[in-house]
Design a protein around this ligand. Structure first.
Ligand SMILES: Nc1ncnc2c1ncn2[C@@H]1O[C@H](COP(=O)(O)OP(=O)(O)OP(=O)(O)O)[C@@H](O)[C@H]1O
Ligand SMILES: [Mg+2]
Length: 169
């Protein structure tokens, strides 16, 4: 059985989601791959915006239609991949994303990661996002291999402050 570890946060507004992600960015040291799993409008891009802000990205992070990958520079490079529009028969091995996964100078965030299942590395940080109401979202972090397990355990040690960030008025 792989070792597993979970931690959940409830966010009560888009701003709180951005602030939570901004705080989580402080734990990134490079090489992290976040898999954001949630329905349309769950808050994947909102989370990515906060993570980017926390990494010191100066520009706006958006999800333009038909753009598969955007790259931003902060204290680490941020690669934002939105795989929603990939076709089932896309040869994903040829997209070159594995370069980012192996790069300790960058953080990768993937929306709709199931489309890239074939090429995802071990040790990703899984983030399952559920809508609890119009303004409430649950962010459940889980991992089954290092280094993601260590990342989540660091979040766990700081869970009180992170939980406060996600629910502040
Ligand atoms: N607590 C919350 N956290 C994040 N977003 C929230 C929250 N409450 C309401 N929202 C709203 O939910 C929407 C989230 O949009 P966002 O683009 O981040 O979703 P997404 O998961 O990236 O969707 P898509 O699959 O279409 O890319 C926004 O309209 C935002 O205002
Ligand atoms: Mg999105």
């Amino acid at each position: 059985m792989p070792e597993t570890s979970d931690i959940s946060f409830i966010s009560t507004s888009p701003e709180n989601t951005r602030d939570l992600a901004r705080a989580i960015a402080a734990f990134c040291s490079g090489g992290e791959v976040f898999l954001l799993d949630g329905d349309l409008g769950a808050g994947k891009t909102c989370f990515t915006q906060g993570l980017g802000a926390g990494l010191g990205v100066g520009e706006d992070i958006t999800s333009p239609t038909f753009v598969l990958h955007c790259q931003y520079q902060g204290r680490l490079e941020l690669n934002h991949i939105d795989a929603y529009r990939l076709e089932d028969d896309t040869h994903v091995e040829a997209l070159g994303f594995d370069e980012f996964f192996a790069d300790n100078n960058c953080v990768t965030v993937i929306e709709w990661p199931q489309m890239l299942e074939k090429i995802l590395p071990m040790g990703c940080i899984h983030v399952y996002i559920s809508s609890l109401s119009s303004n409430e979202r649950e962010f459940k972090f889980s991992a089954s291999a290092k280094p993601a397990l260590d990342f989540i355990s660091a979040l766990g040690k700081n869970s009180d402050i992170l939980k406060e960030t996600a629910t502040k008025e």
